[in-house]
Design a protein around this ligand. Structure first.
Ligand code: SAM
Length: 283
Protein backbone atom coordinates (compact mmCIF):
# COMPACT_ATOMS: atom_id res chain seq x y z
CA UNK A 1 0.00 0.00 0.00
CA UNK A 2 1.40 3.45 -0.90
CA UNK A 3 1.44 6.28 1.69
CA UNK A 4 -1.45 7.90 -0.21
CA UNK A 5 -3.54 4.73 -0.09
CA UNK A 6 -2.67 4.09 3.55
CA UNK A 7 -3.83 7.59 4.62
CA UNK A 8 -7.17 7.23 2.85
CA UNK A 9 -7.58 3.71 4.10
CA UNK A 10 -7.12 4.89 7.70
CA UNK A 11 -9.53 7.82 7.22
CA UNK A 12 -12.32 5.61 5.98
CA UNK A 13 -11.63 2.87 8.50
CA UNK A 14 -13.08 5.14 11.20
CA UNK A 15 -16.60 4.21 10.06
CA UNK A 16 -17.96 1.22 11.98
CA UNK A 17 -19.41 -0.30 8.81
CA UNK A 18 -16.16 -0.13 6.90
CA UNK A 19 -15.27 -3.56 5.52
CA UNK A 20 -11.51 -3.77 5.99
CA UNK A 21 -10.93 -6.98 4.02
CA UNK A 22 -12.51 -5.48 0.93
CA UNK A 23 -10.18 -2.50 0.81
CA UNK A 24 -6.90 -4.35 1.28
CA UNK A 25 -4.51 -5.11 -1.56
CA UNK A 26 -6.18 -2.88 -4.12
CA UNK A 27 -3.95 -0.81 -6.34
CA UNK A 28 -6.30 2.17 -6.84
CA UNK A 29 -5.96 3.68 -10.32
CA UNK A 30 -6.60 7.41 -10.36
CA UNK A 31 -6.79 7.56 -14.17
CA UNK A 32 -9.79 5.15 -14.08
CA UNK A 33 -11.63 7.25 -11.50
CA UNK A 34 -11.23 4.59 -8.84
CA UNK A 35 -12.76 5.99 -5.66
CA UNK A 36 -14.44 3.06 -3.97
CA UNK A 37 -17.11 2.71 -1.30
CA UNK A 38 -16.84 0.18 1.51
CA UNK A 39 -19.46 1.30 4.05
CA UNK A 40 -22.21 -1.32 3.96
CA UNK A 41 -24.89 0.97 5.42
CA UNK A 42 -24.14 3.66 2.83
CA UNK A 43 -24.14 1.09 -0.01
CA UNK A 44 -27.53 -0.24 1.10
CA UNK A 45 -28.91 3.31 1.21
CA UNK A 46 -27.59 3.94 -2.33
CA UNK A 47 -29.41 0.82 -3.58
CA UNK A 48 -32.60 2.21 -2.01
CA UNK A 49 -31.97 5.61 -3.64
CA UNK A 50 -31.74 3.75 -6.97
CA UNK A 51 -35.34 2.50 -6.46
CA UNK A 52 -34.18 -1.14 -6.86
CA UNK A 53 -36.88 -3.79 -6.29
CA UNK A 54 -36.75 -7.57 -6.28
CA UNK A 55 -37.85 -8.07 -9.89
CA UNK A 56 -35.41 -5.52 -11.32
CA UNK A 57 -32.56 -6.03 -13.71
CA UNK A 58 -29.84 -3.53 -12.75
CA UNK A 59 -27.02 -2.22 -14.90
CA UNK A 60 -23.91 -1.05 -13.05
CA UNK A 61 -21.03 0.78 -14.72
CA UNK A 62 -17.73 0.37 -12.86
CA UNK A 63 -17.88 -2.53 -10.39
CA UNK A 64 -14.62 -1.61 -8.64
CA UNK A 65 -14.19 -3.99 -5.69
CA UNK A 66 -17.77 -5.16 -6.18
CA UNK A 67 -19.09 -3.71 -2.92
CA UNK A 68 -22.03 -1.89 -4.53
CA UNK A 69 -22.54 -4.78 -6.99
CA UNK A 70 -23.01 -7.14 -4.05
CA UNK A 71 -25.55 -4.92 -2.27
CA UNK A 72 -27.52 -4.51 -5.52
CA UNK A 73 -27.47 -8.30 -6.07
CA UNK A 74 -28.96 -8.87 -2.60
CA UNK A 75 -32.07 -6.91 -3.63
CA UNK A 76 -32.42 -7.18 -7.43
CA UNK A 77 -33.23 -10.15 -9.65
CA UNK A 78 -30.10 -9.69 -11.75
CA UNK A 79 -27.10 -7.34 -12.05
CA UNK A 80 -25.05 -6.77 -15.19
CA UNK A 81 -21.90 -4.94 -14.18
CA UNK A 82 -19.11 -3.51 -16.33
CA UNK A 83 -15.52 -3.14 -15.18
CA UNK A 84 -12.64 -2.07 -17.40
CA UNK A 85 -9.79 -2.81 -14.95
CA UNK A 86 -8.55 -6.35 -15.58
CA UNK A 87 -6.69 -6.35 -12.20
CA UNK A 88 -10.09 -6.63 -10.51
CA UNK A 89 -11.18 -9.77 -12.40
CA UNK A 90 -10.01 -12.26 -9.76
CA UNK A 91 -11.75 -10.46 -6.89
CA UNK A 92 -14.95 -9.94 -8.87
CA UNK A 93 -15.02 -13.53 -10.14
CA UNK A 94 -15.00 -14.68 -6.48
CA UNK A 95 -18.03 -12.49 -5.85
CA UNK A 96 -19.75 -13.86 -8.95
CA UNK A 97 -19.26 -17.39 -7.59
CA UNK A 98 -21.02 -16.38 -4.35
CA UNK A 99 -23.84 -14.41 -5.99
CA UNK A 100 -25.16 -16.24 -9.05
CA UNK A 101 -27.36 -13.31 -10.15
CA UNK A 102 -24.33 -11.15 -11.05
CA UNK A 103 -22.94 -11.09 -14.58
CA UNK A 104 -19.67 -9.19 -14.98
CA UNK A 105 -18.57 -7.74 -18.29
CA UNK A 106 -14.84 -7.03 -18.17
CA UNK A 107 -14.80 -4.40 -20.88
CA UNK A 108 -15.10 -0.68 -21.55
CA UNK A 109 -18.75 0.29 -21.07
CA UNK A 110 -18.38 2.87 -23.84
CA UNK A 111 -18.00 -0.02 -26.33
CA UNK A 112 -21.12 -1.84 -25.12
CA UNK A 113 -24.28 -2.07 -27.20
CA UNK A 114 -26.98 -1.16 -24.67
CA UNK A 115 -29.76 -1.99 -27.14
CA UNK A 116 -28.86 -5.68 -27.26
CA UNK A 117 -27.42 -6.05 -23.75
CA UNK A 118 -30.66 -7.17 -22.09
CA UNK A 119 -34.35 -7.77 -22.82
CA UNK A 120 -36.95 -5.46 -21.33
CA UNK A 121 -36.17 -2.49 -19.08
CA UNK A 122 -33.45 -2.07 -16.47
CA UNK A 123 -32.47 0.36 -13.74
CA UNK A 124 -29.01 1.89 -13.63
CA UNK A 125 -27.27 2.07 -10.24
CA UNK A 126 -23.67 3.17 -10.55
CA UNK A 127 -20.88 5.03 -8.83
CA UNK A 128 -19.45 6.10 -12.16
CA UNK A 129 -15.89 7.14 -13.00
CA UNK A 130 -15.89 10.95 -12.91
CA UNK A 131 -13.64 11.33 -15.99
CA UNK A 132 -16.40 10.07 -18.31
CA UNK A 133 -19.57 11.18 -16.48
CA UNK A 134 -21.09 13.05 -19.42
CA UNK A 135 -20.29 10.46 -22.15
CA UNK A 136 -21.80 7.70 -19.97
CA UNK A 137 -24.97 9.70 -19.28
CA UNK A 138 -25.44 10.57 -22.95
CA UNK A 139 -24.84 6.96 -23.97
CA UNK A 140 -27.59 5.92 -21.54
CA UNK A 141 -29.89 8.67 -22.84
CA UNK A 142 -29.51 7.32 -26.38
CA UNK A 143 -31.21 4.16 -25.11
CA UNK A 144 -33.64 5.88 -22.72
CA UNK A 145 -36.48 3.49 -23.64
CA UNK A 146 -34.42 0.67 -22.05
CA UNK A 147 -34.43 2.26 -18.57
CA UNK A 148 -36.95 2.62 -15.74
CA UNK A 149 -34.53 4.90 -13.90
CA UNK A 150 -30.89 5.97 -13.93
CA UNK A 151 -29.13 6.59 -10.61
CA UNK A 152 -25.56 7.77 -10.79
CA UNK A 153 -23.18 8.83 -8.05
CA UNK A 154 -21.26 11.77 -9.51
CA UNK A 155 -19.38 14.90 -8.45
CA UNK A 156 -21.73 17.13 -6.47
CA UNK A 157 -21.20 20.20 -8.64
CA UNK A 158 -22.14 18.20 -11.76
CA UNK A 159 -25.26 16.82 -10.05
CA UNK A 160 -26.20 20.38 -9.03
CA UNK A 161 -26.01 21.43 -12.68
CA UNK A 162 -28.19 18.50 -13.79
CA UNK A 163 -30.90 19.29 -11.21
CA UNK A 164 -30.78 23.09 -11.20
CA UNK A 165 -33.83 25.24 -11.85
CA UNK A 166 -34.27 28.05 -14.32
CA UNK A 167 -32.75 31.33 -13.10
CA UNK A 168 -29.99 29.81 -10.96
CA UNK A 169 -26.31 30.15 -11.88
CA UNK A 170 -25.94 26.37 -12.39
CA UNK A 171 -28.82 26.23 -14.90
CA UNK A 172 -27.52 25.55 -18.40
CA UNK A 173 -27.30 23.14 -21.33
CA UNK A 174 -27.32 19.85 -19.39
CA UNK A 175 -30.07 21.03 -17.00
CA UNK A 176 -32.40 21.78 -19.93
CA UNK A 177 -31.56 18.66 -21.93
CA UNK A 178 -31.86 16.26 -18.98
CA UNK A 179 -34.97 17.84 -17.48
CA UNK A 180 -36.73 17.76 -20.87
CA UNK A 181 -36.84 13.95 -20.57
CA UNK A 182 -36.23 13.15 -16.88
CA UNK A 183 -37.41 14.17 -13.44
CA UNK A 184 -34.04 14.98 -11.92
CA UNK A 185 -33.43 14.85 -8.17
CA UNK A 186 -30.56 14.62 -5.70
CA UNK A 187 -31.64 12.24 -2.93
CA UNK A 188 -28.26 12.16 -1.16
CA UNK A 189 -24.94 13.94 -0.81
CA UNK A 190 -21.98 11.58 -0.30
CA UNK A 191 -19.12 13.33 1.47
CA UNK A 192 -15.62 12.86 0.09
CA UNK A 193 -14.54 11.15 3.33
CA UNK A 194 -16.76 8.17 2.42
CA UNK A 195 -14.53 7.17 -0.53
CA UNK A 196 -11.26 5.23 -0.67
CA UNK A 197 -9.04 6.90 -1.75
CA UNK A 198 -10.61 10.20 -0.71
CA UNK A 199 -11.25 12.53 -3.69
CA UNK A 200 -10.89 16.34 -3.48
CA UNK A 201 -14.61 17.12 -3.61
CA UNK A 202 -17.96 15.75 -2.39
CA UNK A 203 -20.24 13.65 -4.57
CA UNK A 204 -24.01 13.36 -4.88
CA UNK A 205 -26.51 10.75 -5.92
CA UNK A 206 -28.37 11.97 -8.99
CA UNK A 207 -31.61 10.20 -9.82
CA UNK A 208 -33.04 10.48 -13.34
CA UNK A 209 -36.55 9.11 -13.85
CA UNK A 210 -37.90 9.31 -17.42
CA UNK A 211 -41.11 11.32 -17.83
CA UNK A 212 -43.25 11.80 -20.91
CA UNK A 213 -44.37 15.31 -20.03
CA UNK A 214 -43.25 16.91 -23.27
CA UNK A 215 -43.44 15.90 -26.89
CA UNK A 216 -40.17 16.69 -28.65
CA UNK A 217 -40.26 16.11 -32.41
CA UNK A 218 -36.50 15.47 -32.72
CA UNK A 219 -34.39 15.09 -29.59
CA UNK A 220 -31.12 15.45 -31.53
CA UNK A 221 -32.27 18.74 -33.08
CA UNK A 222 -33.51 19.92 -29.69
CA UNK A 223 -30.08 19.22 -28.18
CA UNK A 224 -28.40 21.26 -30.92
CA UNK A 225 -30.94 24.05 -30.37
CA UNK A 226 -30.16 24.20 -26.63
CA UNK A 227 -26.42 24.24 -27.33
CA UNK A 228 -26.91 27.15 -29.74
CA UNK A 229 -29.17 28.98 -27.27
CA UNK A 230 -26.46 28.84 -24.55
CA UNK A 231 -23.51 29.31 -26.92
CA UNK A 232 -22.65 32.70 -25.36
CA UNK A 233 -24.01 32.86 -21.83
CA UNK A 234 -23.71 36.64 -21.48
CA UNK A 235 -25.55 37.30 -24.73
CA UNK A 236 -29.29 37.56 -25.12
CA UNK A 237 -31.10 34.49 -26.39
CA UNK A 238 -32.00 36.16 -29.67
CA UNK A 239 -28.37 37.02 -30.34
CA UNK A 240 -27.33 33.41 -29.79
CA UNK A 241 -30.07 32.08 -32.07
CA UNK A 242 -29.78 34.59 -34.90
CA UNK A 243 -27.11 32.62 -36.79
CA UNK A 244 -29.77 29.98 -37.55
CA UNK A 245 -33.13 31.72 -37.10
CA UNK A 246 -34.53 35.01 -38.29
CA UNK A 247 -34.28 37.59 -35.53
CA UNK A 248 -37.79 39.01 -36.02
CA UNK A 249 -39.38 35.57 -35.83
CA UNK A 250 -37.46 34.67 -32.66
CA UNK A 251 -38.58 37.95 -31.04
CA UNK A 252 -42.19 37.33 -32.05
CA UNK A 253 -42.20 33.79 -30.60
CA UNK A 254 -40.48 34.97 -27.42
CA UNK A 255 -43.13 37.67 -27.00
CA UNK A 256 -45.88 35.07 -27.37
CA UNK A 257 -44.26 33.10 -24.57
CA UNK A 258 -44.22 36.23 -22.40
CA UNK A 259 -40.54 37.18 -22.68
CA UNK A 260 -38.96 40.51 -23.60
CA UNK A 261 -36.37 41.10 -26.39
CA UNK A 262 -33.41 40.98 -24.00
CA UNK A 263 -34.23 37.70 -22.27
CA UNK A 264 -31.18 35.49 -21.61
CA UNK A 265 -31.11 31.71 -22.12
CA UNK A 266 -30.88 30.97 -18.39
CA UNK A 267 -34.24 32.73 -17.86
CA UNK A 268 -36.18 30.32 -20.12
CA UNK A 269 -37.63 27.31 -18.32
CA UNK A 270 -37.52 23.81 -19.81
CA UNK A 271 -41.13 23.78 -20.99
CA UNK A 272 -40.71 27.09 -22.81
CA UNK A 273 -37.43 25.96 -24.37
CA UNK A 274 -39.30 23.05 -25.94
CA UNK A 275 -42.19 25.30 -27.07
CA UNK A 276 -39.77 27.76 -28.64
CA UNK A 277 -37.85 24.99 -30.39
CA UNK A 278 -41.02 23.44 -31.82
CA UNK A 279 -42.25 26.81 -33.11
CA UNK A 280 -38.94 27.94 -34.62
CA UNK A 281 -38.09 24.66 -36.32
CA UNK A 282 -41.13 25.08 -38.56
CA UNK A 283 -40.05 28.50 -39.75
N1 SAM B 1 -18.68 0.62 -7.85
C1 SAM B 1 -17.44 0.75 -7.13
C2 SAM B 1 -17.71 1.44 -5.80
O1 SAM B 1 -18.75 2.11 -5.68
O2 SAM B 1 -16.89 1.30 -4.90
C3 SAM B 1 -16.37 1.47 -7.92
C4 SAM B 1 -16.69 2.86 -8.41
S1 SAM B 1 -15.33 3.73 -9.11
C5 SAM B 1 -15.91 5.40 -8.87
C6 SAM B 1 -15.56 3.56 -10.88
C7 SAM B 1 -15.14 2.23 -11.47
O3 SAM B 1 -15.35 2.31 -12.90
C8 SAM B 1 -13.68 1.86 -11.30
O4 SAM B 1 -13.56 0.57 -10.78
C9 SAM B 1 -13.08 1.92 -12.72
O5 SAM B 1 -12.05 0.97 -12.94
C10 SAM B 1 -14.31 1.63 -13.57
N2 SAM B 1 -14.25 2.18 -14.93
C11 SAM B 1 -13.59 3.28 -15.35
N3 SAM B 1 -13.80 3.51 -16.66
C12 SAM B 1 -14.62 2.50 -17.08
C13 SAM B 1 -15.20 2.17 -18.35
N4 SAM B 1 -14.97 2.94 -19.42
N5 SAM B 1 -15.96 1.06 -18.45
C14 SAM B 1 -16.18 0.28 -17.34
N6 SAM B 1 -15.67 0.55 -16.12
C15 SAM B 1 -14.91 1.65 -15.98
Amino acid sequence: MSKYQEKNFKNNKKSSNFNENNAKNIDFKKNLGQNFLFDTNLLKAIVRDGLVEKDDLVLEIGAGAGTLTKEISLVAKKVISFEIDKDLIERLTKLQNEQSNIEFKFQDFMDADVETLFDGKARVVANIPYYITTPIIFKLINSIHKFKSIMVLIQKEVADRFASSCGTKEYGITSVILQSIFDVSIPRIVKKECFTPMPKIDSAICLLVPHNRYKISSFDDFRNFVHLAFSMRRKTLVNNLKSKFEKEIVLKELKELGYGDSVRPEEINVENFIKLFEKLKNN
